[in-house]
Design a binder for this molecule. Sequence first.
Ligand SMILES: [Ca+2]
Ligand SMILES: [Ca+2]
Ligand SMILES: [Ca+2]
Length: 398
Amino acid sequence: MRTGVLLSVLAGVALAAGAARAQCGQAFDFANFSSVTDLNLVSQALVVDDRLHLTQTGLGGEGAAWYAVSKATFDGGFRTSFRFAIQNGTADGFAFVIQDDANDTVGSGGSGLGYAGIPRSVAIEFDTYFFSDEFQGMHVSVQNDGPSGNSEADAFSLAHAFLLDSVTDGEFHDVKIEYTPGVLYVWLDGEPILFCPLDLSMLDGGSALFPDCAWVGFTAGAGGATADQVIESWSFTDWSDVVECVGPTSNGFNGPGFTPQTGDRVTFRSVVNGTGPLTYVWRKQDIDLNDDTRILGSRSEVMIIDPFIPADAGSYQFASGNACGGYGVGSIDVGIRCPGDLNDDGFVDDADFLLFLPSYDALLVPDADKRCDWNGDRVVDDADFLLFLPYYDQLICP
Ligand SMILES: [Ca+2]
Ligand SMILES: [Ca+2]
Ligand SMILES: [Ca+2]
């Protein structure tokens, strides 16, 4: 059966998780923060109108909020979802943090985002204020310095992705973070935005970063520039609330729903029900896909291919599994519009070649037309010209 390998891997994961659950484990859901008796609010963190404000506009410094009832376990994986807004400013950013320091700790403010300096911690930061020595744009990043005090420096980023300006538009945005050993995805507003290969059991020089479980919470920082950094709701599970394993089911999956052309952003979606930890895999022609510079989400419920190129045309499959079951759904075919026909007249001829030339001169996409980047490396060069030639020779689109 298609998911057999997945299942044997997951059985091992479930056994490890079961052993740790005797000591700790957490599952909770704050629809709002009208009651915060289970939280430790540190430094500037406070509740305003049932919302958690990690920092406040006009005040530099740091804030933190930890779920203080007990630690969570990380052997089997976790999923957390929250809604945040950054209002009345943009600085400096906030983080979802896992740490085995203390349930009333906080790191440095400003660029430290309230987590810098916390030993034995992993921060998934939303850095909305960047200086010249940082990634050149607002970014989401997974930060860790092994068991040492964490640092916001780029050198300690395990993976990062740039964020759109809209994260600081003052509106609420949905984040989901899902980790199974080896794989961590960050989602924003329903789509994956960051993949980080991550194994928490290896981050202390090959040993577990959290051998005895860890605290979870949020931190934030501000400095000369400030903001109201607000969390509206928060749920978390390390799957210790799973009473009985329920195998995955799904309504199926879908692809783009249109025939893409070269350069399009193409999304594949599935909604999986079932108890965690869950694994997911997208396949093309029945071969597992992997994340790379164009593919994001090959091991999550939603996969994005951007840019889609002629080599991506074909059949796609999806499978999911957990400790007690697995399923694979059928196959969908995704074609591609005639790649060389830049003027859409049904032929690939000199007229298209003349449209290709300006992109060849421009080199970088953009300004070069993304439809001319037939290998998807965001450069239009000789490699693309060589890919264009067969279409040109064929003359007529299939
Ligand atoms: Ca920053
Ligand atoms: Ca044409
Ligand atoms: Ca190219």
